[in-house]
Design a protein. Sequence first.
Lengths: 117, 246
Amino acid sequence: MTKRLFNQFICCLLFLSFNAASKEYLIILKDHLFYPSQIIIPTNQKVKLLIENQDSTPEEFDSFDLNREKVLYPNRKSIIYIGPLSKGRYDFFGEFSPNTARGVVIATDKGDQNVDN
Amino acid sequence: MLITSLVMSLNQLLPVAILLVLLQVLDKQYTRKVLLALIIGTVMSFLYMQSASWVSQWFDHQGLEYSQIGLCIIIFFAALVFAIKQKAVAFCIAIISAMTLYLSHYIIYLTSFWQNSEVGQSLFIGTFLGIGICLSFSILLYFLMTSIKYRFGVKPLLILLALNSAAKLLVALDLASQVDLIANTATVWDLRDLLTENSELGRVLRALIGYEATPNLLSVLTYSISSALFLFLCSFIPTSLTKERV
């Protein structure tokens, strides 16, 4: 058990700055809504979320499930890497407009679809 | 908007207030120095907020994360130096860095919505309530930690400060993983059914000791090792100094 943990820790350190090409998903924030609000990604793969804030006010991308937090400045693009994730639903929201700006990342074995709700 | 403002106030002010209380109880600083640190911290937050939009575009849209990782590491080491040496400079650096890190988000939120007349009142009331709750919590924590210090010595306080400072490294790790600087590791446990991070207690524990419901292996290892190292280094404090402080 200890050896496995140690090996995993060493692997983490070796991965430092080795940026393998990740699949990219574009999310647009407009009128305090995320488009698409549902992103389906493959399990056990790191993916890149390119988020474009088209509103005139800033927003904060926040997700307790994904442990991610980033301010999205108006008319700017931001990049967030997520994963590798195990199968499941991972909610995210805009902290400045939590009632409207909501979305979910769904990690499935047959990922790679975006659904607009 | 009222609830959002209240939650935002608690999220961004509580970590700063807790750090300030822990450092003050550990070794009380003159009011003049505390005020100076708070004023410089506020100014730094405004400057950081002003440049954040520009910095965010550096290094392929990852500039903000790099600067925040730097601030988290500075807070950890400044708190450690303060715990060992009780230098006022370390106190000021820790507080100013924490304010720059957390308050800048809060200022961005306030300045973005303040001009909107429809939400102005809710924003004001929510912020006012948030500051009030944060202040009450800080005063209670201050007296609780002071009484613990006088009853049990400085060790419980150092343990809490070590956990609180190690939590800043967890924030740095999350930011590093967010910009693909380090790889994500497997989740060690999932406590979301027991206590979610966005619940009231979850938020307080997150600000106090860096509670995460779904931590990954690297986070658990970093948290354990850094807090143990913090306490180990603090154990080198001369006994006379420890007695003097109790």
